[in-house]
Structure formats: C-alpha cells, structure tokens
Design a protein around this ligand. Sequence first.
Ligand code: PLP
Length: 379
Amino acid sequence: MSAIYLDYNATTPIAPEVLEAMLPWLREHHGNPGSAHAPGRYAARAVAEARASVAALIGADPAEIVFTGCATEADNLAVLGVAAASGGRHLVVSAIEHPAVLEPALELRRRGWGLTVLPVDSTGRVDPAAVAAALQPGTVLVSVMHANNEVGTIQPVGEIAAITRARGVTLHTDAAQSVGKLPVDVNVLGVDLLTIAGHKFYAPKGIGALYVRAGTRLAPVTYGGGQERGVRPGTENVASIVALGAAARLAMRDQATVTARLRALRDGLHARLQAVIPGLRLNGHPVERLPNTLHVSFPRVSGRVLLSTVEDRISASVGSTCHSEHDQVSGVLAAMGVEAAAAAGAVRLSVGTPTTEAEVGEAASALAATWRGLTAAVS
Ligand code: PLP
C-alpha cells in the first residue's frame, strides 16, 4: 500500500487532462516555434494558445505572459530584471519570501543595493503600513508573496499595491502557491509582476511563467535569441508550455469547487487532529490562509521524527521542501516569532484535488497514533 500523499505544496501530480494535452508535443510534433515553416507555425500556435489560457486564468493580456523554466527563474527575473532596468538602488522584500526571491535580493545587497526586509506578525502577515514606511526615493521594487508555501498565510497584496502604485514603485508577488488554489487576478491584486509555478497546480515540473504588466520596466537576465520578447530567450519548451495552458484551463473550469473542496478536506483533517491531540497548535493565519494548507505544531515531539516514523503511511513535510533534510528552525516560523519548542514540532500537511475524505481520516488516525507512541516513549 502506498503512503497517503499530503504534500501538494511541495508538488502536484500531472493531471490526466494535462498529460493528454502535452503528449502529442513529445511524441509527434517537434517544430520550433521560431521556424517559418508549417511545423514551426503549428508549434507557435500551440504556444500562443497556452499563453492565452495562462493569461485568462489571472486576468492578464496574453502579451503580458513570459514563459520561464520554473518559478525560481520567474522570481529571479522579476527581482534582478527590475533592478537591471532601473536607475534605483533599493528594494523591499518580506522576511518570509521563498529563497527564489530572498536569494536574488541578498545578491543585490552584496552588489551594493539597499535592502529592507519587512517583518511579519505572529500569523505571518506583512503590515501594509510597514511597506509604506520602508519606501525610499531610490526604491524600485517591492516583492511580497501572495501566499506562503509553509504556513499558507495570504498577504494583503491589494493594500500593498495601493501604496506602491501611489509611489510609482514596481510590485512583484510570488503566486507560486496560490494560482490554481485561489482565484488570482492581477488587476484585483494590482501587481506589476506575478510568478506562476506549473507543478504546483497539476502541470509538470520545469515550467513557470512571469506576468509582466504592460509598461513595466524589466531587463533580461539571460541573453540569446530574443524569444519571449527578449526577456527570457531560449527555444520554447513547447510540451510543457502546452501543459501549463491545459492546467490553467482546468484550474479555471474547476476554480470555485476546488477551493471549497480543499478547504473542507483541510478543515476536516484539522478537526480530527484537534480532537485527539491536546495542545495541537495551528501556525499561520486562521482565516487568510491557503485553503489546502494545514501547518500545525505537535506538542512534545519533533515534527521531523514524527514524519519519519509515519513515513510508510504518510508523505508530508516539516516545512518547506527545501529545508526538509535539516533540523533547523524554518526562517518563516522564526520570522513569525514561533518559539523553539513549537517550531520543532511543526508539520505541514497540504491536500490536493486527488485527496479523499478516506485519506484524511486515515492520515489523522496514523498521525495521532504515532504522536501518542512517541510522547508515551518520552514521558
Ligand atoms: N515560490 C514559492 C512560493 C514556492 O513555494 C516555490 C516552490 O516550492 C518556488 C517559488 C520555486 O518553485 P520551483 O522550485 O518550481 O522553481
């Protein structure tokens, strides 16, 4: 029997419809979208269709979508590309950004840029007033993620956008975790740049996109043949781009029901665990949170030990996938002021569209029994 997968924030399987859409582009069609002949034109048409689907999912114009190799690349392009295109010297990021945003921001600091790292409150939220206070005459970019990958907290991006717009500062949001789980509209959010990750919503790994609002100044960080309007050159990954388009159409079709269903499954898992584990603590915002994400601290155990003990029955993470090998406290929990004991017992359980009620019930029983066994052993 295979383990119950509760790590959909780490990655999702490819949806059957998405696989069907991409397979002909691996098996039969091999044209380069840049070629003038019929196979090339056919591939270019497929890329254009996918671009239109991705744009429709987030309320953008197709010309504003730049396909990238992954969300990390889209984040790097946003941070380094705005920096390279601007005459400014200062940027602002939140303390709980994914390394794909934090690391290029730190690299800019090493190159002499000013960097303000915004704190978050105990629920993981940035205060828009802190954004306003951080802006300086030389500030060119603010990057605050839409939803956090570990605790799921959703940021007040619309309120932040009202501030950055009034001050003429470009706003980027990393929406790798929210696209496909929540309605995401670039005009409702008011952002200039937005990162999308294919493998977080049932497209394959190795495909992402950056939304670039018309008029946003963005320089390339790689140079080549001029594809993707010159900001992300390189022959297009047609099969994966087609897959991303299919995933976007699927997300649009199912959006309303998916959000409600994920929330019901996630809340069911939480209620079951709460009923049998006294002192279980919820991390992240109680309401403004990804509908599929349950980040909890189990009392008196190490989350890592708990998950390794129950590994044959449940696949989940202690926090972000990037840090799962180490016992160190996650930077996100540290920024939220979660005390060491609670941080040590933290586990991230994230459900997805394939998750069933039965899986949730079994997972809750297995986690509770394992926790009881571990705490009985130490008391
Ligand atoms: N941004 C966020 C919020 C993420 O959760 C992830 C992946 O975990 C990334 C960026 C990077 O995605 P990828 O590894 O596909 O480049």
